[in-house]
Design a protein around this ligand. Sequence first.
Ligand SMILES: Nc1nc2c(ncn2[C@@H]2O[C@H](COP(=O)(O)OP(=O)(O)OP(=O)(O)O)[C@@H](O)[C@H]2O)c(=O)[nH]1
Ligand SMILES: [Zn+2]
Length: 210
Amino acid sequence: MDNIQRFEEEEDSGYIKIDRYNEDKIAAVADHYKDILGQLGEDPSREGLVKTPERVAKALQFLTHGYDLNPAEILRSAMFREDYSQMVVVKDIEVFSMCEHHMLPFFGKAHIAYIPNGHIVGLSKIPRIVDAFARRLQVQERLTNEIRDCIQDTLMPAGVAVVIECKHLCMAMRGIQKQNSVTTTSAFTGEFAKDKTRAEFLRLITANLH
Ligand SMILES: Nc1nc2c(ncn2[C@@H]2O[C@H](COP(=O)(O)OP(=O)(O)OP(=O)(O)O)[C@@H](O)[C@H]2O)c(=O)[nH]1
Ligand SMILES: [Zn+2]
């Protein structure tokens, strides 16, 4: 609940008030899940399951709270004029999202870079916008492009690079049941269209520098 409180406190920074956590919505979603438990052959009134519909409703609301965030505002809230024109790379950002096809998790890492063009952005805002887009029903390709577009359109840097690598539980615990396959997606703008710049980014995200 800490996150929720923070979102509510900082309405001017893109952490827009969440009305998805209101009691009526939780109760409505929970009612459906009570039905679903019955349809699955369970007894929703047995002790271990009594509070499950409400727990699921709250979990789902958390897992989709990105709809209530404004990623561009989050970036805008910490942009600083700065004369730095080298690549800034934030790598190994944990990603947790849910595929829109099965509503099962996909998770992994995002690696993001931009080349400033007069402005830098507060570093924490990069993972924050990853979360703002990831905490929605997604496909990995759209998640990748949305992050790229948000940084490009808001910060207007000389270039943006986004690489995301994820495991999809809908491919691991059901369906094709491939436990170890990883999907990589990428999106680039501006300077990253150049082979040399893109190669430097790829080298930095694969290097073990720390
Ligand atoms: N491109 C893309 N596909 C995804 C993502 N997440 C899940 N999928 C795929 O979405 C597809 C949905 O295909 P359908 O044939 O409609 O669904 P399905 O019958 O459950 O497919 P299987 O998973 O093959 O059993 C599957 O191939 C999933 O692997 C994603 O982030 N990007
Ligand atoms: Zn899926």
